[in-house]
Write a new protein. Structure first.
Length: 334
């Protein structure tokens, strides 16, 4: 038997008969519906205080509205498959999925959905996409204060140049060539990874190191960036870790200017911090780095560099860097 959607008038009649103590069967016979329809209505829209026809109608409308929003993601469809693949396999967020759809399928009206609809589908029990809940990034229960648990390390770096002396053009993000650098630590400090992020495109370079010794980190940074043209590596802004004490050798070898963020100010290297967070989705804190290979790290880097970013208009770092590179070459040739 098909499900019956009661009208406001019918809900009002049900309320009156319930208050008069009539049974489900009696109410169904009087209204001319199957008793299971009445029973379902009372269970879904009734409360401990009883059944209120007006409140039941409001709850019904709310559910119908939510149902309409997520229905386009129900059942098999190219749109649902796209959402599943990008969230489950590529670890994208619903916001990235919705934004990137406009670029990948701009001319297909059936391939449009807002990120709020995706979230509602995921958090609707019994929906086809509720299996994706565990794939979403988990926020901390309480936000950690900036600099909490970190020591002021700036004095340990000789000839350190602070970020206050960095050219203003670096803040503008109008050209490629300005990088931010940091290190990630494996479980029990069994391995490390140097991460470098280009500020304009958010392009990531990452390389594994066995230690945080300044000389090893120095050489790792040089090898990661020396193959790029000089015009694509102009400045680097480092964290205050003593592993970057060899900055003078890096600057001389690469021909760049190097600056250091202020202590307790990780936000001054916001691009690097955000990308480090993306890496941690693949290598959560507490993950041993001893068995991590450079090839495995390169695969993670490739995924992140091909991940759309809201701040880039849902383009990927690879796309933006390549666009900027070509623009720079055209300018040189003109």
């Amino acid at each position: 038997m098909s499900y019956h959607h009661f009208t406001p008038l019918e809900r009002g009649k049900i309320e009156v008969m319930v208050k008069h103590g009539k049974s489900h069967g009696a109410i169904a016979r009087e209204l001319g519906f199957h008793r299971t329809s009445v029973l379902r209505e009372l269970r879904r829209n009734g409360t401990k205080a009883g059944y209120d026809g007006e409140k039941a109608q409001r709850r019904y409308r709310q559910r119908r509205k939510a149902c309409r929003r997520v229905s386009k993601l129900a059942g098999d469809s190219p749109l649902r498959d796209y959402v599943l693949e990008k969230i489950a396999e590529d670890q994208w967020t619903p916001e990235l999925v919705a934004g990137r759809l406009r670029l990948d399928h701009g001319d297909a009206p059936g391939m449009r959905v807002c990120h709020e609809t995706i979230y509602q589908a995921i958090y609707t029990d019994g929906h086809y996409l509720d299996l994706l809940r565990e794939e979403l990034p988990q926020a901390r229960a309480k936000r950690r204060k900036r600099g909490q648990g970190k020591k002021r390390r700036a004095p340990g770096i000789p000839d350190r140049v602070g970020i206050a002396e960095r050219p203003a053009i670096v803040d503008e993000r109008t050209e490629i060539g300005h990088w931010e650098g940091d290190t990630l630590v494996g479980k029990n400090q069994d391995g490390f990874a140097v991460t470098l992020v280009e500020r304009r495109s958010r392009l990531l370079e990452a390389a594994k190191t066995q230690t945080k010794a300044a000389r090893e980190v120095q050489q790792t940074v040089i090898e990661a960036l020396e193959a790029r043209p000089i015009s694509w590596v102009k400045t680097i802004t480092f964290d205050n870790g003593t592993e970057f004490a060899g900055h003078a050798a890096i600057a001389k070898r690469l021909g760049v200017r190097i600056y250091f963020a202020d202590p307790y100010s990780a936000y001054q290297r916001g691009s690097n911090e955000q990308v480090n967070g993306l890496i941690r989705r693949y290598l959560p804190k507490g993950t041993p780095f001893r068995q991590l290979t450079q090839e495995q790290l390169d695969q993670i880097v490739e995924k992140i560099n091909n991940r759309p970013r809201k701040c880039l208009g849902y383009r990927t770092p690879n796309e933006v860097f390549e666009e900027q590179r070509k623009r720079h070459l055209r300018a040189l040739g003109s």
